[in-house]
Every structure is written in C-alpha cells, then in structure tokens.
Design a protein around this ligand. Structure first.
Ligand SMILES: *[C@@H]1O[C@H](CO)[C@@H](O)[C@H](O)[C@H]1NC(C)=O
Ligand SMILES: *[C@@H]1O[C@H](CO)[C@@H](O)[C@H](O)[C@H]1NC(C)=O
Ligand SMILES: *[C@@H]1O[C@H](CO)[C@@H](O)[C@H](O)[C@H]1NC(C)=O
Ligand SMILES: *[C@@H]1O[C@H](CO)[C@@H](O)[C@H](O)[C@H]1NC(C)=O
Ligand SMILES: *[C@@H]1O[C@H](CO)[C@@H](O)[C@H](O)[C@H]1NC(C)=O
Ligand SMILES: *[C@@H]1O[C@H](CO)[C@@H](O)[C@H](O)[C@H]1NC(C)=O
Ligand SMILES: *[C@@H]1O[C@H](CO)[C@@H](O)[C@H](O)[C@H]1NC(C)=O
Ligand SMILES: *[C@@H]1O[C@H](CO)[C@@H](O)[C@H](O)[C@H]1NC(C)=O
Length: 673
C-alpha cells in the first residue's frame, strides 16, 4: 500500500536548522503548519536541559505494507477466489512485524548521534516502538529540530513541539513518526523551567471544547406527539423501528430464533453511557418483542463502565446506538466496547491523543504500545497511561478481547487535528482488522464538507474557513463510512430519502448536514476509483480543486485525488429515542452507522447459518454491486460557506452509494463464497 506523504513534505532541504548545519544526508521527515489555525501560539524555545519522553514509531514491515492492500482485496473483492478467507490474528502480527535489521539501524543512529546508551532505549512488546527519555538539546541534535513551547488558545495548556524535524535518508524508511515532533506533548508550564518534568496525563477528548471531540448526536425535545407507536404515517416526523424496517425492507427476527453465539454486534463508546431504564422505555413503547433488561455484553476497556446508574446522566450517543441496533438484530446480542476510565474519557488532565488507540490495543494486541515508559510508569505521549492514579488501576489492556464481526463507531475528529503519519498508522490497523474478517462502520460526521467550529478554526474549515475539512477516521480507505439520509416532511417511507440538511434555525443545536468530501491524506483506493471518476465526469462539482492534499488557501477547496467519503448512507434524522428518561428525537450520522452495521450483522448471521464466514471488509463488494443499495439523488452537504457537494445518480460525496436494500444485499452476500 502506498500513502501520500502529504501535506507534510514540503521543501526537502533546508540550509540551517537551529544552531547546526543540516547535513546533506538528512531530509525533512514531518512538517506542520500551525499558523493560520489561530489555536497554537508559539512561545519560548524549550530549555536545553528539559527532559522529554521520546517515542519513535517504527514503520511496519515494508513488504507487508506493500502487500497489505492486495491481501485485503484477495479476501474482500467479490471476484477473488479467496473471497471470505480471513487471516488469524497471529498471521497478521507475524506479517507486519518490523524487520530486526531496521530496528538495529535506528538504535545505532540514536546512540551514536544523541549519545543515548542502547540499554536506555526500550523496544516495545509488539516491536513497533522505541522509547527513551532525552534532554531537549539531545533531541534537537538528533532530529535537527528546534522545540518550542506553544500556548493553546483553546484551553490554556502548554504543548511542546517543533515545526519540522529531519532524519538521515537511510533511517527515514524505517520510521513512521516521532513524538514530540510535529505532534506535540502536553506539559505544565511550571515544570518547563525545572531541570526535568513529570509529564501530565492526557488522553480523552471530551465534548468540552477540544478539537478531538466526538460528534454528539443532536437532539431536541419531541413535540407533544402523543404516541408514535409503529405508525408508518408519521415517519416524516419520527423514525421508529417500524420506519427503519419499511425503509430498508426487512423484518425483525423471531424473538425465539436460534442465533450464533459468535456473532454479537460490537459498538464503541467513550465518555458516554447508556441507561438501562432508557432502553427499557424504548423497548416498551416500540419493540414489544424485546424484553426489558435486554442489554449489551460489556467489554470494559481500561476501566470503562456502563450502564450509568443515574438516569439523568445517560448519554445520547449510547442510548441512541443501542435503541437502534438491538431492535434490528434481536435476539442476536450486542457487545459494548466502553473505552477508558472516567478520568480520561472526560478529558483527563489535558488532552492530546486520537481517540481509538486504547480501543484498538484492547481488540488487537499487536497495536499495543508499551505502557511502562516514563517516570512513575506513565506513558504521557500518545495514549492514556494505565495504571491511572486518577482511575483504572490495572495495566493497559492489550489484545484481551476478540473483535466482534461487526463494529460500529459514531465518534470522530477532523483530519487536520492529527498528523498524517498518526492517521496512516491507525488506518493500517483498520486494514488488519479487515484482514481478520471484521467490518468497521464509522459515522461520516455531522458538519457537511466542514468540521466542528470549536476545533481551533473559525468555522471548522481549513485556511481561514474556506477549504473543506475532511473527517477522520473515516477517511481511512479500509473501513466503511456512513452518511445520513432523512425522510423530509410530507414524504413517506415508500419514496426515496434525501441527504440530511438541517441548517441553523431548525430546532437543533447548530447546523447539521451529512459529512462528506475527499481526504487530504489518503489517495483514492482502487475499489473506489471508477465510482469517483464517474462522479467527476458526469456531475462535476462547481468548485476549484487541488491535488495530492496540497491546499494553500487559494488553489482550490477540495482534493481531487483523495479517498471519497462516505461509502454508504442510512437514516440519521428525527430518530425516536429515550434519553435521560425523556422521549426525544435525535439526529446525526451517529444513527446511520449502527443502522447499517446492524443489517450487516444480520447478513453475517445468515452466512454463518449457511456455513460461511462473516463478510469482513465490504466496500469492494458494494462498489462492484451498487444495485444492492438505494441510490440517493437529492440533497447536499453544506459547509465552509458553500452548499457543499450534491447528491447525484451513482456514488456521490454526500450519501455514497446509498442506503441499504436489505433483501438485495442479503442475496448478493449469500451468493459469495
Ligand atoms: C486569514 O485572513 C486574514 C484576514 O483576512 C489574513 O490576514 C490572513 O493572512 C489569512 N490567513 C491565511 C492562512 O490565509
Ligand atoms: C409510550 O407508550 C405509552 C403507553 O402506551 C404512551 O402513553 C406514550 O405516549 C408512548 N410514547 C411515545 C413517544 O410513543
Ligand atoms: C463459536 O466459537 C467457538 C470458539 O471459537 C467455537 O468453538 C464454536 O463452535 C462456535 N459456535 C458456532 C455456533 O459457530
Ligand atoms: C419495562 O420498563 C419500562 C421502563 O422502566 C416500564 O415502563 C415498563 O413498565 C416495564 N415493563 C415491564 C413489563 O416490566
Ligand atoms: C443524578 O444526576 C443529576 C444530574 O447530574 C444530579 O442533579 C442528581 O443529583 C443525581 N442524582 C443522584 C441520586 O445522584
Ligand atoms: C492536573 O495537573 C496539575 C499539575 O500537575 C495538578 O495540579 C492538578 O491537580 C491536576 N488535576 C487533576 C484533576 O488531576
Ligand atoms: C497556491 O497554489 C497555486 C497553484 O499551485 C499557486 O499559483 C499560488 O501562488 C499558491 N498560493 C500561495 C499563497 O502559495
Ligand atoms: C430534497 O432535499 C431537500 C433538502 O436538501 C428537501 O428540502 C426536499 O424536500 C427534498 N426533495 C424531495 C423530493 O425529497
């Protein structure tokens, strides 16, 4: 697999860096432009003796990375003779291990250049990381970088990072990225002026203003609507389980059906908790075939706990996810991946990480970072540190749960919030889960072609609010992202749906439109190239564009050769829910992802009954057979002061290939080996 190393790789050679002359053997490895975001204000240079915890992410086996995309296509492309032949976890770990020779070369370079003894450098259990403490001046020498303190205008915290750093050309192929680098680490300012500092905890990414917030579903109190029950006549007002069944043409299973014990549907949650009483109220009113007390199996990750005891504190995301999924798959079960202890889940003491690393650690041991580095045993750099003095006292969980066949994730960030290398590394993990037969569905975002306005940009868009801002992790090509559709007032479930657009002024908190666009980091995957080419040829959007993720504020609004988002869509507005003891209507692609994922769980069930395996990564099949989806042709996804993109016949960057036609999807997947 080849990724574009963009937009981080600008000028290759610089004459001087800091005090030292840059040798001709060195090249820029990562470069970041924090100017223009308005968020990070550069302050003092870091004092030479300040001690920094350093982590080097080693590139995984080159041959494996080159082969990985092909392997995934062999297992997931409908024309492949090996369709459905998934890998074991052990096979994946073995295939991706960095070569011993590469590790030796990197160790040699660190010890010779920075004078750090090899025995002080820890090599993690999964072989993917090197970790050591170094003084700022040692790192500056090693990386030909200059470290600065930055003040976070959003919350007053201090971050240490550099604008760019360099590596010798022969070392560069072995390294993904280094922290602190362009990806910073947080410290307390009073510590910076001591000889060494004890890094703070970090992690989390709460809804309280950070750039790494999840996208909470938008909700509003229901109008005084006495009873929706299972009337199809009111689906333009409230989407109930009966409406979803009618839209996608399926019926509930018999509550007495015998189901596979190995096909539970996984749902990721963090910092948001379901309340059993809410689920029970929902079942009582809408799905009498689901008994009170029906709940997910809890796979608690690093101290995550659910349900919440106090119903007033129930979370809109969790209640929504289970009230949608359970009615579709019952009596099949759900599995809740409740991730991170309360301290981290609610933002910890400063935040910096992406949000899926501890989750991926727990379901795939090969992703685990070694947690024991740094003073007091904490790893403050990339992930929450466990044991956590403020919460979960156990060790970081690594590979303790077998991933479910299907996982739904209604959380996300914007690509611009994390360095490209970080996202590519995480994306490789999604690819490995695909190889193991896991289907991952991610909500495509609720802010159209833009992002959340609280992420340090004026309106959630790049370059002074003009350039479109793609979401992550669904810009990763190796998972399936799901946009949102709606039954507009006066329409019925027997008419085609349209893309969701709820401009400000509707009774939600702020504007909502279905997330879509083109990645600035990931190129178009092969399975999607015809679909995107067809869209540009027949329905060319009216905006200037750039290539290779190289936006500069004047050369265009979107990346013409980036991975297109989303892949598919499902209803995501006016969803009937009980949250916090109240009946409410919720909207968000947060709803679309569990609906689609639940239907794929049903398909897996039928395949298992027929002696076949789960479908795994489904995009190659769907792009080859768009006829199994209801094409959505009306609607747009506004953002960044534009109307966004428009729905059109065929794939489009608003609703993808469309919404599920369950009977057609089932028939197709049953016809595959
Ligand atoms: C953003 O807009 C301001 C005011 O128009 C301008 O001074 C600044 O250069 C712009 N920044 C970027 C990165 O385009
Ligand atoms: C739920 O059911 C109760 C009892 O039938 C009814 O009074 C109430 O209106 C229902 N609520 C909704 C939102 O349908
Ligand atoms: C479920 O998985 C277990 C363990 O892998 C296996 O022994 C069992 O046969 C499976 N059951 C079914 C019904 O597939
Ligand atoms: C199920 O739980 C709901 C919500 O607590 C309650 O209103 C309803 O009476 C319960 N039904 C049964 C049969 O216990
Ligand atoms: C439940 O939570 C609400 C809102 O946080 C709070 O006001 C109330 O005191 C809590 N009730 C109990 C019994 O803890
Ligand atoms: C956050 O870190 C600061 C500085 O170390 C400390 O004073 C404060 O108590 C911490 N807050 C929490 C909630 O742990
Ligand atoms: C942006 O890119 C375009 C096209 O490559 C170029 O003409 C323009 O000068 C660039 N603008 C800036 C501000 O770099
Ligand atoms: C098309 O979508 C718009 C919103 O973009 C909506 O107002 C309109 O009702 C939709 N038309 C049909 C025929 O569904």
């Amino acid at each position: 697999m080849r990724f574009l190393l963009l937009p981080l790789l600008a000028a290759a050679l610089e004459p001087t860096v800091g005090r030292s002359v840059l040798p001709a053997t060195h090249v820029v490895h990562e470069k970041r432009d924090l100017a223009g975001t308005g968020r990070w204000v550069k302050e003092d240079r870091v004092q030479p003796h300040v001690k920094l915890p350093n982590r080097i992410g080693l590139k995984q086996n080159e041959a494996a990375l080159a082969g990985a995309q092909r392997w995934l296509m062999e297992a997931a492309h409908p024309a492949s003779e090996q369709y459905g032949q998934h890998w074991t976890q052990e096979e994946v770990v073995e295939a991706f291990r960095p070569s011993a020779d590469a590790v030796d070369q990197v160790l040699e370079w660190i010890s010779e250049t920075a004078g750090i003894a090899k025995h002080r450098i820890t090599h993690t259990d999964n072989k993917a990381w090197l970790a050591f403490d170094a003084k700022a001046e040692q790192l500056e020498t090693l990386l030909h970088a200059t470290y600065y303190e930055h003040h976070d205008a959003a919350d007053g915290r201090v971050m240490i990072s550099c604008d760019k750093y360099h590596l010798p050309s022969h070392i560069r192929p072995h390294i993904d990225y280094i922290t602190p680098g362009v990806k910073g680490i947080h410290v307390h300012s009073d510590e910076l002026h001591k000889r060494s500092w004890k890094p703070e905890h970090h992690g989390g990414h709460g809804e309280h203003g950070g750039p790494f917030g999840w996208q909470p579903p938008k909700h509003r109190p229901a109008p005084h609507m006495p009873k929706y029950g299972n009337e199809l006549a009111t689906c333009d007002v409230a989407i109930t389980p009966a409406c979803i069944q009618a839209l996608y043409d399926f019926e509930p299973l018999s509550p007495y059906a015998e189901v596979s014990p190995n096909n539970s549907m996984g749902i990721f949650e963090e910092g948001d908790f379901y309340a059993q009483e809410d689920l029970d109220s929902f079942f009582t009113n809408f799905t009498s075939y689901v008994p009170n007390g029906t709940h997910p199996k809890l796979d608690s990750i690093d101290g995550g706990q659910a349900p919440i005891a106090n119903i007033s504190e129930a979370g809109g995301e969790s209640d929504l996810d289970f009230e949608l999924a359970i009615p579709i798959i019952y009596p099949q079960t759900t599995t809740l991946y409740q991730t991170d202890d309360l301290y981290y889940a609610e933002g910890g003491n400063g935040t910096q990480s992406g949000i899926f690393n501890t989750f991926l650690d727990a379901i795939d041991g090969s992703y685990c970072t070694y947690a024991a580095y740094g003073e007091n045993g904490n790893d403050p750099v990339l992930d929450p540190t466990y044991p956590d003095p403020n919460g979960y006292k156990g060790q970081l969980m690594c590979g303790i749960y077998k991933p479910t066949n299907v996982i739904s994730i209604s959380y996300g960030e914007q690509e611009q919030d994390l360095p490209a290398y970080y996202q590519q590394r995480q994306c490789n993990e999604f690819l490995k889960l695909g190889l193991q037969g896991v289907s991952i569905f991610v909500a495509s975002g609720d802010t159209g072609v833009g992002g959340l306005s609280n992420d340090g940009t004026a309106n959630g868009c790049l370059r002074n609010g003009t350039v479109f801002s793609p979401t992550q992790p669904n810009s990763c090509p190796w998972l399936t992202n799901v946009g949102a559709t709606k039954v507009y007032p006066g329409r019925t479930v027997y008419e085609p749906e349209s893309a969701v657009v709820d401009p400000a002024g509707q009774p939600y908190r702020g504007a909502y439109s279905s997330g879509g666009g083109f990645s600035n980091i990931f190129p178009i995957p092969d399975y999607q190239s015809d679909a995107i080419a067809g869209y540009f040829e027949n329905y060319n959007p009216p905006y200037p564009y750039y290539f290779d993720g190289q936006y500069n504020g004047t050369n265009g609004l979107y990346n013409r050769n980036g991975r297109g988002i989303p892949d598919v869509a499902a209803n995501g507005d006016n969803i009937a829910t009980y949250v916090g003891g109240e009946f409410t209507l919720e909207g968000g692609t947060s709803a679309s992802s569990p609906i689609f994922a639940a239907l794929v769980t049903r398909i897996n069930e039928e395949r298992i009954k027929a002696g076949k395996g789960p479908v795994g990564f489904i995009n190659p099949v769907l792009y080859n057979h768009p006829e199994v989806l209801n094409d959505i042709v009306n609607g747009t996804n506004p953002g960044c002061g534009t109307d966004g993109f428009s729905c059109s016949p065929g794939w489009d960057p608003v609703t993808g290939l469309g919404t599920p036609n369950y009977p057609k999807m089932l028939k197709l997947f049953m016809s595959l080996p």
